[in-house]
Write a protein that binds this ligand. Structure first.
Ligand code: FES
Length: 74
């Protein structure tokens, strides 16, 4: 699906950049040029980035070992 019509950028291309290491809207904008003209795609691009971050965080916590120890205080 096209997210940015001005630059021909799809949701897949944004996700590909996130998988390749982009961490923020600025990263994605710098790499692809999303929202660099009329700007009407910015909210949708940010939503895709936030969705990706939420999924990444969920995978991180799923993979964390369940030790029962939260923190050790000396
Ligand atoms: S639709 Fe993305 S800059 Fe215009």
């Amino acid at each position: 699906m096209f997210v940015c019509l001005c630059n021909g950028i799809t949701d897949s291309s944004i996700r590909r950049e996130l998988q390749a290491g982009a961490r923020s809207f600025s990263d994605v904008q710098q790499r692809l040029g999303v929202a660099s003209q009329c700007g009407s795609c910015e909210l949708q691009a940010r939503a895709i980035i936030n969705e990706h971050r939420a999924l990444d965080a969920a995978h991180f916590y799923d993979a964390a070992p369940a030790t029962g120890v939260v923190a050790a205080v000396a």
